[in-house]
Design a protein around this ligand. Structure first.
Ligand code: MN
Length: 233
């Protein structure tokens, strides 16, 4: 049976639910059945954990810093608090049940905050020294900067390489990794680009957008979706 994979959607201000088609395509091509999850509503989390085989936390806006006990700095972008609360509750429940979780971009950050981690609200304002262009202006499937994966890490094994090129659409980043979370990928400026839970079977976060590059045929990105869907099976 194909695994049923919940994908969180952005809750738009215009009362729409929004999800880039590339998430759906990447899950489908890897053999999963995507189920789009509405955010910003009260949902039966226990039922979702029971019925779904895995959770994909999609990208989107910034996380309300109150969720990691900070005040908003001036450079904080648009937030979606209703979605934050829903996703934090969902990811904690999936981790509790040890069901597979893949966090992408904002989703990677939500995964970290759910485990008690913290964020740079804006890497340009808060990290000293030269920081790469992490909000690329090139098209979404352009591979713009390198990520070094921890040698021998689970993610390096999944991707098939410990040195990859990724796309980049973020101005925030993980600061302190949460409980039982290991950093397993960084860019050359030291920005954390990938994290993994040390105490769950499959719980990974990547700061880049592999759904865009998987659709364009990038092998490491396709490998990541294949591994996630296989873990959900
Ligand atoms: Mn980046």
């Amino acid at each position: 049976m194909s695994p049923l994979i919940g994908i969180t959607c952005h809750h738009g201000l215009e009362y729409q639910y929004i999800l880039n088609h590339s998430y759906v395509q990447s899950v489908t091509e890897a053999g999963g059945v995507p189920l789009l999850l509405a955010m910003g509503i009260k949902s039966d989390v226990d039922m979702l954990v029971d019925r779904l085989d895995g959770l994909l936390l999609s990208g989107g806006f910034d996380i309300n810093p109150l969720f990691y006990e900070e005040e908003p700095i001036n450079e904080l972008g648009e937030i979606s608090s209703g979605r934050d609360a829903n996703e934090l509750e969902l990811v904690r429940a999936f981790l509790q049940a040890d069901k597979p979780v893949l966090g992408i971009c904002r989703g990677h950050q939500v995964f970290n905050v759910a485990q008690g981690g913290t964020m740079y609200q804006d890497i340009y304002a808060q990290i000293e020294g030269n920081v790469l262009q992490h909000a690329q202006l090139a098209r979404r499937d352009h591979l713009s900067h390198r990520v070094q994966l921890e040698e021998g890490s689970k993610l390096a094994a999944i991707l098939g390489s410990s040195d990859i090129l990724v796309n980049s659409f973020h101005h925030q980043a993980v600061k302190d990794a949460g409980d039982e979370i290991a950093v397993c990928g960084t860019s050359s400026d030291g920005v954390i680009e990938a994290i993994v839970s040390e105490s769950h079977t499959f719980a990974l976060g990547v700061q880049w957008h592999p759904e865009n590059t998987a659709c364009a045929g990038d092998p490491p990105s396709k490998n990541l979706f294949a591994a996630f869907v296989d873990a959900c099976r």
